[in-house]
Design a protein around this ligand. Structure first.
Ligand code: NAP
Length: 283
């Protein structure tokens, strides 16, 4: 599955919507990216996201805070951005330092600007099937399945990983689309046997080539969200691609979809906040 190509198409449509909003209201969608400290990976991710914003006609504002920023200071910054009428979407690049209460920081983001889908409200909306912003990587994975006409209905889906931003929500999204979902995690017994049953496999572990090619069910659809040092995913791509019907490469699979969904949700937030498009009730 060519995530770069699908992401490009989504971003082109997003750019058209951003331009239309600017024409109609004079307002350019704006994403505020908050970066705490100077972790090289986080700096790179934020730079990539801001570059894509620029290409899509979305303004981005970079708020750089020192590594020693306290939870209270970060919450104050995010509260200020939540109240700033010129900002439509807020991204807190994570992980933040271990001395910061990350959950408290996320919860300071106004739900209507939570375009990265990290607040409890967004998560609950997804769980209840109500309107809300998706966590971007799971949202991107679902869009990839749609782009390749993979209908999860009745399929055995296995998600390896259960983090709050990735594994858990993608399993819930697959469930909402009528897949029969099994989660695996570090305490799972017999993981290989479970993976072998997967018609749809999502790898979200953070361990290079953790899923072996021989464990892929012939004809399966494999989505590798893992991104490890040296551009290596969580799935042994060479082995798995010999058995899978569809598989995402690393890089160029799930990664670009994550950014495409972030930009799309920023424009949606701007459309709603400017009143150009009515928010669905409950959003
Ligand atoms: P995380 O918070 O570290 O969660 C990893 C999950 O994998 C946990 O649920 C953990 O189980 C499970 N796990 C770890 N070791 C395991 C083992 N030996 N057997 C079975 N399960 C195991 O990581 P994350 O944030 O979800 O990220 C996962 C991967 O996706 C990383 O490579 C990350 O870089 C990548 N990622 C990519 C994007 C993107 O845009 N492409 C976005 C976010 C993350 P426990 O819960 O039991 O500890």
């Amino acid at each position: 599955m060519d995530g770069s190509a699908v992401a490009r198409r989504i971003t082109e449509a997003t750019a058209e919507r951003a331009a239309e909003l600017t024409r109609a209201t004079g307002v350019t969608p704006c994403l505020a990216a908050v970066l705490v400290g100077d972790d090289p990976a986080s700096v790179t991710y934020v730079r990539m996201k801001r570059n894509r914003c620029a290409k899509a006609g979305i303004r981005s504002r970079l708020v750089e805070l020192p590594a020693e920023t306290t939870t209270a200071e970060l919450v104050a910054t995010l509260t200020e951005l939540s109240q700033d009428p010129e900002v439509h979407g807020i991204l807190l690049q994570h992980p933040v330092g271990p001395h910061i209460d990350e959950r408290a920081a996320f919860e300071a983001i106004a739900p209507e600007k939570d375009v990265d889908g990290v607040t409890m409200r967004s998560f609950a909306a997804m769980g209840f099937g109500l309107p809300g912003f998706a966590s971007c990587t799971p949202g991107g994975i679902m869009r990839l399945l749609d782009a390749y006409d993979v209908d999860p209905t009745g399929k055995r889906a296995v998600v390896v990983g259960r983090s709050a931003i990735l594994g858990k929500p993608v399993g819930m999204m697959l469930l909402a689309r009528d897949a029969t979902v099994t989660y695996c995690h570090s305490r799972t017994v017999g993981l290989s046997e479970i993976v072998r049953e997967a018609d749809i496999l999502v790898a979200a572990v953070g361990r290079p080539e953790f899923i072996k090619g021989e464990d892929i069910k012939p004809g399966a659809v494999v989505l590798d969200a893992g991104y490890n040092a040296g551009n290596v995913g969580d799935v042994d791509f060479a082995g798995a691609s010999a058995r899978a019907r569809l598989i995402t490469p690393v890089p160029g699979g799930v990664g670009p979809m994550t950014i495409a969904v972030l930009l799309e949700q920023t424009v949606t937030a701007a459309e709603r906040l400017t009143g150009a498009v009515e928010a669905p009730s409950g959003a």
